[in-house]
Design a protein. Structure first.
Length: 202
């Protein structure tokens, strides 16, 4: 299980050498930034994320649904550009006990701790929304993702040629709810800053 009282500082600034880096929620008006991230994923990374080949048109359609069907997207933004995401689905299910999580990190930004921060953010969001079980997408060939999942307490099982990850979550606590509430406040401010940067470079 996850640490019941972990305080996730997922909107904190990273080292100055990496630019201005924030890990925060994406808001519906940032859909274009999310689309741009998905389109930058190379074919292999698209298969890791979705389990199949994804065309640009399919990615655009998927991103359009991510913010309106019970989904929540966390992102790592570097100088206003989305470089990695962690997605939580299942928020409209009732009872809301079982969720699904998936992650994507662009080439050149992997193995820098970004995935771990996104993983922690998604776990916290799922836990605070009453989910007790989280399915984590882990492509069999994505060794780094499987290692990351194990570090966060996910149990991996190989079934019918696919790798299934299962995380069991603790119930929310006042400290976990406060951690996310504080991060949301920071997230809204960072979203404003990132929007200024992103639109200025379009």
């Amino acid at each position: 299980m996850t640490d019941p009282d972990a305080m996730i500082e997922y909107a904190a600034e990273a080292a100055p050498a990496a630019g201005r880096v924030t890990v925060r929620k994406l808001w519906p008006h940032e859909r274009e930034a999310y689309v741009a991230h998905l389109l930058r994923l190379e074919p292999e990374a698209r298969r890791w994320r979705f389990g199949m080949t994804m065309t640009d048109a399919a990615l655009r359609a998927y991103a359009g649904r991510s913010f309106c069907v019970g989904g929540l997207v966390h992102a790592c933004c570097v100088d206003g550009v989305v470089r990695a995401t962690g997605e939580l689905q299942g928020l409209l299910d009732f009872p809301r006990q079982h969720g699904e999580a998936a992650f994507s990190v662009e080439k050149g930004w992997r193995r820098q701790g970004i995935g771990s921060r996104l993983f922690a953010a998604v776990l916290l969001s799922a836990r605070n929304r009453g989910m007790s079980v989280l399915d984590v997408m882990c492509h069999p060939d994505n060794l780094a993702m499987k290692a990351l999942a194990r570090r966060h307490g996910v149990t991996l099982q190989r079934l019918y040629g696919e790798t299934h990850g299962l995380a069991r979550l603790d119930i929310s606590t006042p400290s976990s709810l406060m951690a996310e509430a504080l991060a949301n406040t920071t997230s809204a401010f960072c979203a404003f800053l990132d929007a200024q940067t992103w639109y200025s470079h379009r």
